[in-house]
Design a protein around this ligand. Structure first.
Ligand code: GLC
Length: 720
C-alpha cells in the first residue's frame, strides 16, 4: 500500500528528481563544508544538481556529521526528501563483534541476533539508516577472502543465521530509531568464484544454485530484509546485476521481494568489462530493466536515464517504480517525520561502546571459538602456570577483522594484556611479525620459552589479508610463523597454538606440532578477554566449524554435504585395494577438521535417542528426543547436530544434510533430554524441473556432535 505522502511526492517530482533518488554517491562527495565541486563531482562529470538530488550516500556516520550533511542537503532539496545514509555495519559499529564466520561457528542464532541488534543500536545512534549486511553468500573455498563475512558452507546454518541477523538489525517492522534497514547481499552466489579468485566467474547450475545457494537469501527476504544488493559476478552466463531471470523471475516474482535493490559498487559500470554492455548507457538500460533501483557509484543512471526516459516510456515507468520503492523505504525509516531520526551527540555517546555492548561482544567471542585439538587435556591452564606467550598476534589489537569499519585496533585490548589479568607469571615475546622474521628475535622467543612451563603461540594473519580482494593460493600459515612454531615445539613443553584467521587455513603442521589448537577467528573488541577466559577454563569453548578445514589446498572445494558419486570410498581398508574409486593417490578424502567439529572441556555422549514416530508427513514433523550426558567433572557446552539423508531421490542427494542443531550446556555429570524437530517441508529438495518438493520414501536420520556422526535410524516420508 503506497501512502498518500509518497503518492503526492511522486506526482510533484520531476523525472530528474526521480532519477536522483536512484543515485548513490560515496561519502567524499559530501565531505567538507562545501560540496565537492572540484573533486569527485568534477571527476564524475556531474553537476552540483546531481549532489543535491542524489537519493542516498554510503560511508558517512557520526551524529554531528550526519546532522550537518542532512541539514545542508535538505536546504537544497526542493521537496524536502531526506538523504538516506547507508554503510557497511557488518559485525559491529564501534563495538566490534567476532567476524560473521565466527558468529556462524557459535551455532546459536541468538548470538547473531544480539550482535546485529547491538550494531544496529550503535550505528543508528551514529546516523546510519541502512547497513549492507547480512552477507549470506554460501562459501566452500577458503582461497576467497570474503569467507570471513559469511556464516559458512551450509544452507541450513546460513538460513538460520541470515534470519537472526535481519531480525537483529531491523527488529520488528515498522523500524524504530534503534534499528536500521538490512540489505542482504550479494545476490547471488558471489561466494562461488572459480578458483576462489576474487570477482571471478561463477558458473554453477541453476539446480545447485537453488539447492545450496538460494535458501539463505530466501530466509533473509522471508525475515523481511528491506534491501538486497546485487553481486559483481556472473551467474547462468549473465552478470547478476543485469540478469533479468535472477532479479525479476527469482528475486521479485518467486521470492516476492518488493524492497529496494541496490547495485554493488560500480557493478553497473562493470557490465562493460563483462562484455554484456557496449557502453555505460547500455549498462544503465540493462540494469534498470533488471530492476536495479539504486546505482552505487557507476554514475550510469545519473548520466543516461533522463535521455533514455525521454525516448522510451517503459524506461520512465521503471524509473517511477524504483523511485517509489526508495521513497517507501525512506518512509519506513521515518525520515519524512524526522530526517534526523532523533540524532544527538549525547545519544550516540550513551549508545556506543557501553559495558553491556562490550560484554555482549565478549560473550559472542567466547561462544564462537573452536577448540580443534586438546591432547592430554592441555587446556584449560591453571592461572599459576608460568606461560611464554609468543607469536605475531600475541601483542596487537589487530584482532577485529575486516569490515570492522568504526572499530579501532589501537583501542583494542591485546591478548597479552587480557591474559595478564588472569595469569600471574608469563612473558611476552612476539618472536616474529606476520611475514618477516628476524631470526635473532625468533631465537629470543624460543630462548625465553625455555624458562617457562607452557608455551602459548598466537599465530595467524592480519585483518588486511582477509575480506574483500584478498584471495590467496596458499592457505598455510606464513613460513616464518611455522619456523617459529617448529622451534618452540623442540622445547618439548606443552604447546598451545591460538589461530587468528578470517578463513580456514591448512593447519596440518600446526596440528602435528601443537598439543592444543584453539581457533579464535578475528574475535573482536573483547577477543583478548574471551581468549583468556577460555584458556583459564572460566569459559568452555563451544564453537563448532561452520566451514570445513582441508588437509591442504588441493582438496578444495571440500564440504561435508557432498554427493556420493558412483564410486564412493567405503572408509575401510578395502579402499586401498581398489584404485578405481573417487579418491586421491596422495591424500585422504577426509578433511583435517570437518564441518560441525569442535571440542569442549566437557565429555559428552548421547546416551539415548528416539524418534517420536518413524513416518513423517506434512502434519507430522520428524521429531527426535535425545538424552545428553556430560561425564566430565566440570561443566561444558556442546552442539547436538541432526543430519538426514534421502536414500533415493529424483536427483542426487547429499550424503548428509544438517537439518537441526541445539547448543547444550551441562554441569559435571549432568544429563539433559532435548527435542529436535524437522518439518516435512524442510526435507524438500530441488528436482530436475528446478522445483522444490519433498519426496516420499526412505530416509536416514543421523545424530551426533559433528558432520562425521554415524549413529543413525531410518524413517520414511509420505505425502499424507
Ligand atoms: C564493496 C562490497 C560490498 C560493500 C560495498 C560498499 O565493494 O562488495 O559488500 O557493501 O562495496 O562498501
Amino acid at each position: 500500500m503506497v501512502s498518500k505522502n509518497v503518492q503526492d511526492l511522486m506526482e510533484k517530482m520531476t523525472i530528474q528528481e526521480k532519477i536522483g533518488q536512484l543515485i548513490q554517491l560515496s561519502a567524499d562527495f559530501f565531505q567538507g563544508d562545501n560540496v565537492a565541486i572540484t573533486g569527485p563531482l568534477k571527476e564524475a562529470h556531474l553537476g552540483e544538481a546531481a549532489l543535491y538530488s542524489a537519493g542516498s550516500v554510503l560511508g558517512i556516520s557520526g551524529a554531528q556529521t550526519v546532522r550537518k550533511v542532512q541539514k545542508n542537503y535538505l536546504k537544497h532539496s526542493r521537496l524536502g526528501i531526506p538523504l538516506l545514509f547507508m554503510a557497511d555495519v557488518v559485525h559491529g559499529y564501534k563495538t566490534i563483534f567476532p567476524i560473521p564466520l565466527a558468529l556462524g561457528a557459535s551455532f546459536d542464532p541468538q548470538v547473531m541476533k544480539t550482535a546485529s541488534a547491538t550494531a544496529a543500536k550503535e550505528s543508528a545512534a551514529g546516523g546510519v539508516h541502512v547497513t549492507f549486511a547480512p552477507m549470506v553468500d554460501l562459501v566452500r573455498d577458503p582461497r576467497w577472502g570474503r569467507v570471513m563475512e559469511s556464516t559458512g558452507e551450509d544452507p541450513y546454518l546460513n538460513s538460520v543465521m541470515a534470519k537472526a541477523a535481519v531480525t537483529g538489525f531491523q527488529g520488528t517492522l515498522p523500524l524504530d530509531q534503534n534499528h536500521i534497514a538490512a540489505c542482504v547481499k550479494h545476490f547471488a552466489a558471489y561466494g562461488a568464484p572459480e578458483a576462489g579468485r576474487e570477482y571471478n566467474t561463477v558458473d554453477i547450475s541453476e539446480w545447485r544454485f537453488r539447492e545450496q545457494y538460494l535458501p539463505a537469501y530466501a530466509a533473509a527476504i522471508e525475515a523481511q530484509a528491506l534491501l538486497v544488493m546485487t553481486s559483481f559476478n556472473t551467474l547462468f552466463g549473465v552478470p547478476a546485476t543485469v540478469n533479468q531471470h535472477l532479479m525479476r523471475d527469482i528475486l521479485r516474482d518467486e521470492l516476492q521481494f518488493h524492497g529496494v535493490l541496490i547495485s554493488d559498487w560500480d557493478a553497473i559500470g562493470e557490465i562493460i568489462h563483462h562484455g554484456v554492455a557496449g557502453d555505460l548507457q547500455h549498462a544503465a538500460d540493462l540494469a534498470l530493466k533488471a530492476g536495479v533501483d539504486i546505482d552505487m557509484m557507476s554514475f550510469a543512471y545519473a548520466k543516461y536515464l533522463a535521455k533514455a526516459a525521454s525516448l522510451d516510456p517503459q524506461i520512465e515507468q521503471l524509473i517511477n517504480e524504483s523511485a517509489q520503492r526508495i521513497l517507501i523505504l525512506k518512509e519506513q525509516l521515518g525520515l519524512f517525520t524526522d530526517p534526523y531520526r532523533g540524532l544527538s551527540t549525547e545519544r550516540e555517546t550513551e549508545a556506543t561502546l557501553t559495558t553491556e555492548n562490550l560484554d555482549a561482544a565478549q560473550a559472542a567471542a567466547e561462544q564462537s571459538m573452536v577448540l580443534l585439538k586438546n591432547s592430554h587435556h592441555t587446556l584449560p591452564l591453571n592461572t599459576a602456570t608460568a606461560i611464554s606467550l609468543v607469536g605475531p598476534v600475541a601483542d596487537t589489537g589487530d584482532i577485529l577483522g575486516s569490515w570492522s569499519w568504526q572499530g579501532d585496533p589501537d583501542q583494542t585490548e591485546t591478548i597479552a594484556d587480557a591474559l595478564a589479568k588472569q595469569f600471574s607469571n608469563f612473558t611476552v615475546m612476539p618472536g616474529t611479525q606476520y611475514h618477516h622474521v628476524q631470526f635473532s628475535k625468533l631465537n629470543d622467543a624460543v630462548n625465553a620459552s625455555r624458562q617457562q612451563e607452557t608455551i602459548v603461540a598466537v599465530l595467524g594473519l592480519p585483518a588486511s589479508e582477509s575480506g574483500e580482494a584478498t584471495s590467496m593460493t596458499d592457505i598455510t600459515l606464513p613460513a616464518e610463523q611455522l619456523t617459529l612454531l617448529r622451534g618452540l615445539a623442540q622445547l618439548n613443553k606443552p604447546l598451545v597454538t591460538i589461530v587468528i584467521t578470517g578463513r580456514p587455513l591448512d593447519l596440518t603442521e600446526v596440528d602435528a606440532l601443537s598439543d592444543a589448537v584453539l581457533l579464535a577467528w578475528f574475535p573482536g573488541s573483547r577477543g583478548g578477554a574471551a581468549i583468556a577466559n577460555v584458556l583459564s577454563g572460566r569459559v568452555d569453548p563451544s564453537g563448532r566449524l561452520p566451514m570445513t578445514f582441508p588437509r591442504n589446498i588441493g582438496q578444495v572445494p571440500i564440504y561435508y554435504n557432498a554427493y556420493n558419486t558412483g564410486r564412493p570410498i567405503s572408509g575401510t581398508p578395502a579402499d586401498d585395494e581398489n584404485k578405481y574409486l573417487s579418491k586421491y593417490i596422495d591424500a585422504a578424502n577426509s578433511p583435517l577438521y570437518p564441518f560441525g567439529f569442535g571440542l569442549s572441556y566437557g565429555d559428552f555422549t548421547i546416551t539415548d535417542w528416539t524418534l517420536s514416530q518413524h513416518n513423517v508427513t506434512p502434519d507430522q514433523p520428524l521429531t527426535i528426543q535425545a538424552t545428553i550426558h556430560n561425564s566430565a567433572d566440570h561443566a561444558g557446552t556442546t552442539v547436538v547436530q541432526l543430519y538426514t539423508h534421502q536414500q533415493v531421490g529424483e536427483t542426487v542427494q547429499p550424503v548428509k544434510q544438517l537439518q537441526a542443531f541445539k547448543k547444550v550446556s551441562l554441569g559435571a555429570d549432568q544429563t539433559q533430554t532435548i527435542t529436535l524437530t524437522v518439518p516435512y517441508d524442510q526435507l524438500s529438495t530441488i528436482h530436475s524441473d528446478l522445483h522444490r518438493s519433498t519426496d516420499q520414501g526412505d530416509y536416514t536420520v543421523m545424530l551426533g556432535f559433528d558432520s562425521t556422526c554415524t549413529a543413525s535410524q531410518p524413517f520414511t516420508v509420505a505425502h499424507q
